[in-house]
Design a binder for this molecule. Sequence first.
Ligand SMILES: Cc1ncc(COP(=O)(O)O)c(C=O)c1O
Length: 394
Amino acid sequence: MNPSESLYLDNAATSWPKPDCVYDAVDQYARENGRAVGRGATDASLQLQKIVERCRHRAAGLLGAASKNEIVFTFNCTDSLNTILHGTLREGDHVVTSVAEHNSVLRPLRQLERTRGVSVTTVDVDQVGRIEPAEIRAALRPETKLVIVQHVSNVTGIIQPVADIGTVARDAGVLFAVDAAQSAGHLPFQLGDFQPDFLACAGHKGLLGPLGTGLLWIAPGREIELEPLRQGGTGSRSELDVQPDVMPDRFESGNHNAPGLVGLDAALGFLSERGIPSIRDHELALASALCGQLAELEGLTVHSNSNHSDSNRDQHTGVVSFTSDIYSSDELAALLSQHFGIDTRAGLHCAPGMHRRLGTLDRQGTVRVSFGWTSTQADVDRLVDALRQVSQPA
Ligand SMILES: Cc1ncc(COP(=O)(O)O)c(C=O)c1O
């Protein structure tokens, strides 16, 4: 099947399709501009610079940052997370995180344990992956430097109590970082809601930009505590052979992903017109409908919390994970793809600790469905119909 004809339900990996304005912006840049960002004073360079700075301004507006210069462009959420972890942690520091985290947090931490003698406590989560703020508090030590947690699980879609976790970190005088890979663009939130010191986002997931884009927000003043991962040309203070301290240049060495950023700029413009609250309502309604319909099928277990009642709605996003009694998750996803043209995502989703907690680690993980802004109720019906056909004995 031509990939464009299949039903794409893997928006937690990367969003697709993007809004038309994103394709247009990337195409127009590639054909008509093609310059490097911040590297010249020609009309074309200045025009590009203006678009990239508008993108920064839009990102700041979307997150509720006071200044666009608090926003650093990165290449994905992993890049943002590595910048935080490698930049803040030194010999002897202690970090508190959770077992539910993505490998983009867990692997840099393992590396820092080995190479810098950093120590790490991973707190447990409940059966739908929720972190308990009191457990974070109990794990703090005098040498704790950082608390880092996800905003939303990429496996179950649970929304973590980041405001309460932020209070725990602030009360203890510890830095607080949030992995917003699965929340930015999907949930309406502002930095003031949980006051982190650092926030890592992907540009290519809920923010609807092209792959190869990411954002890192750094609280004013915290940039000095963060050593840049890379040093190099910034197009500024070129007379110096040391990295400039000024934001955001301190963290933006080397050429930018210009096609990605013009696309991200268009995507952020689209999001502010469409409104994240309406996207959030749309995706949650589809996830609720799917959970309701899956509950009627025999032989399937939903691992996300399927109670999406009004009083519970602030705990979920449009991500739903399930397993089958008959098939392994890989087999079920392959059947859905090959026979029904439906693209889901099977496996561990780079979050092994979450699957260990759900009891799905030894069963090749779960099948994950993640909705996006173009998903419809007809998509839910098509998926449920396919699952009914494969789940029931002939
Ligand atoms: C919770 C979480 N954190 C981090 C990442 C890494 O994001 P990226 O692919 O942009 O590096 C992902 C990707 O799926 C994720 O779900």
